[in-house]
Design a protein around this ligand. Structure first.
Ligand code: ADP
Length: 372
């Protein structure tokens, strides 16, 4: 039974207890008073009436007084009994409902003040209903605490990521001012590279925040995935060639239509192929495949590059996570490309997954899109 139903029955039960005690005491008191008052009150009145029948009116008045007293006393006893029962059930409710609720209210206030490590504990005697309520409350607080920790970590990560290109730029500027670097094309090209890196990072962060807060629109249309993959392969061909990487597109003769946002799907693919080229050494191989699987089309980007160690695998889709910090940074990676890609694929109704047999064993990233 859900906790709120138990609570409702507990409240109904306590009201019922008070009423039951009151009625029982009233019945008992009436019975006792009538039995006890018969020889003391009724009999003398009746005997007096028998001896003097003309006293009927007086006897009637005395009887009414006796009856009224009997009722008054039973009501009084019942009221006292009901008050005692009420006090007893209130004490029970205080321990099992009101006290835990007060603790939850106090903790909510402390959480509102920013103390996310707050937890409520209630004694076992509070019952299952309160235990369930408090467990849910503590789970909510734990989630809030986790979100807060992620927020703090994210701020730290952003600051750290921004500092790297800024430090580079500052170094060049100081070098220029001190005359260590000549004010020539090469120096300005290096500086422009750092500014570009900064711009890319800011764009990615803004993009990610829009995606995570759901502030972006998708333009769903039937998209020929085979054509899309071939187009992206051609687009990144020159980049692959600069590392003598053999980049091969899919060899699927007929179109495969998926319901997706063409630009976003291309963005995901460019990110995956870009990563494959980035994390594959000179003269390596990157190949793309497209195939139907049930209600989905699967697009895979496979490479024979540096691979991903098993212990890093669970984290590669997390913001700013990089397996090899230095390699990713020097190659211009911001560490949020996969996070953005996964969110985009989710938004289009698919999944993005990765497999790798470990370091230097290559990797395979696959994402799915629903077929039209
Ligand atoms: P980055 O901009 O650093 O590439 P991503 O979010 O795209 O950020 O990728 C996160 C991390 O996942 C990368 O830093 C890299 O360590 C790892 N990774 C991504 N793609 C590959 C790949 N094809 N081969 C090996 N490692 C990869």
């Amino acid at each position: 039974m859900p906790w709120y139903k138990r609570l409702r029955w507990r409240l109904v039960g306590s009201q019922f207890l008070v009423a039951l005690v009151g009625v029982s005491i009233m019945m008992l008191a009436t019975r006792i008073i009538i039995i006890n008052s018969a020889p003391v009150v009724l009999r003398p009145l009746l005997e007096a009436l028998l001896q003097n029948p003309g006293n009927l009116l007086q006897t009637e008045a005395d009887l009414i007084i006796a009856f009224r007293n009997a009722v008054l006393f039973s009501v009084l006893f019942a009221a006292v009994g009901a008050v005692v029962a009420g006090a007893f059930s209130s004490a029970l409710l205080w321990g099992t409902i009101i006290n835990p609720l007060r603790q939850v209210a106090d903790s909510s206030q402390r959480i509102a003040d920013g103390r996310f490590d707050e937890r409520v504990t209630v004694p076992e005697s509070s019952g299952v209903a309160m235990a369930q309520l408090v467990t849910s409350f503590n789970q909510m607080t734990a989630t809030l605490e986790q979100i807060e920790q992620q927020r703090v970590a994210l701020l730290g990560n952003i600051a750290h990521e921004l500092r790297t290109p800024l430090t580079g730029l500052k170094g060049y500027l100081e070098g220029l001012m001190d005359g260590l670097f000549p004010a020539n094309e090469e120096t300005f090209a290096w500086m422009t590279q750092e500014v570009d890196r900064l711009g890319r990072l800011v764009d990615d962060i803004q993009h990610l925040s829009r995606i995570e807060s759901g502030q972006f629109k998708l333009d769903f249309q039937p998209v020929d995935v085979v054509q899309l993959v071939q187009r992206v392969t051609a687009q990144l061909y020159v980049q692959a060639q600069s590392k003598q990487i053999d980049l091969q597109g899919p060899s699927v003769p007929q179109p495969i239509l998926a319901l997706a946002d063409a630009d976003r799907a291309a963005q995901v693919l460019i990110n995956l192929v870009g990563n494959a080229i980035r994390y594959t050494p000179q003269a390596g191989h990157v190949w793309l495949t497209v195939q139907e699987n049930g209600r989905f089309v699967e697009i895979s980007v496979q490479d024979d590059g540096v691979g991903i160690p098993p212990d890093a695998m669970p984290y590669i889709f997390e913001r700013f996570y990089r397996v090899d910090q230095s390699r990713s940074r020097t190659s211009g990676g911001s560490g949020i490309g996969l996070t953005i890609s996964r969110h985009l694929v989710w938004a289009m109704g698919g999944e993005l997954t990765a497999v790798s047999d470990g370091l230097d064993q290559g990797s395979c990233f696959t994402f799915t899109l629903p077929l039209v």
